[in-house]
Design a protein around this ligand. Sequence first.
Ligand code: 3HC
Length: 311
Amino acid sequence: MSVDHAELVHFEGTINQGLSIEPDDWMPGRYRQSLVRMISQHAHSEIMGMYPEANWISQAPSLRRKIALLAKIQDEAAHGLYLYSAAETLGAQRSKNESELRNGRAKYSNLMDNAATSWADVGAIAWLGDGAGIVNQVSLQDNSYGPYARALQRICQEESFHQRQGYEIIAVLAKGSAAQKEMAQSAIDRWWIPSLMMFGPPDSLSSHSEQSLRWRIKCEPNEVLRQRFVDDLVPQIVDLGLNLPDETIKWNDTRQSYDYGEIDWQHFKDLVSKGGFQRAERLEARTNAWYEGAWVREAALARNNQLRKAS
Ligand code: 3HC
């Protein structure tokens, strides 16, 4: 048995026993690359997830709503940082990751390229978008790479608060005036498909699912997670007295799940390759934030250097 083959057998044995791979362990190049790709894209999505809602901080309808929204947006920034750190343990330089995001070479979840045009959108992003994120990431907490799995435990706790505050925004609007209910309905209708797309394409169209499932980089197929999200959300939407965002949604007694409409995967492919509606604005905002924040990074580094010299 060659050394590499023996290492691979040991590596796959570790994964099959449900144990973690840690940064210093031997791992196949393809495992490392796949994790760097996925963790980096996840980090970028968290960072870009701040933008659709950020415009609403100054227009939040009450002080309480403003505080909750600010906390949520700050959490998203922190999630991005935990994840860039997890990617660094695999050799992915944070500065390279950040510059690839700014120059448009990196991928991130296409949901973040949509515009939040009403206060109800802030609720729908958190309830549906973060809700989809949680279903996916709770499953990923059992992934085989230790630093990513540990980062996800913390992220999931915080995402649950995000989803809850989004639900509450929509629940209040759904019980409000006719105009408020209409605003909530319109937001649910517009954010439904982007949220379903957060689970990625069907596994038959996914270039990564098969290998990622085998190495527990992903723990469950995209379709299984998407269905779980639909089954969780449909009764809640009905409970709030809102219409379902897809008229083909119907309980299927045989499958004990809801059937739902086919997603336009060609449109998804175009969005992933060309970017969504607000891609250019989002990248410009990210680039401006990077340059405007330069003094903070410089000050932190100067302080670090001072401490190092003193020790
Ligand atoms: N938007 C943009 N790109 C998407 C996408 C989406 N909604 N869904 C999938 N893609 C991309 C994939 O990144 C992949 O691109 P690549 O081949 O160039 O790397 C391609 O489409 C094919 O998809 P696959 O299913 O084959 O790719 P994966 O096996 O990586 O599965 C995934 C996609 C399910 C998103 C998986 O990467 C994953 O679970 N990632 C970790 C979690 C994550 O990143 N979630 C994104 C949202 S972050 C969030 O929830 C923030 C919250 O605050 C809203």
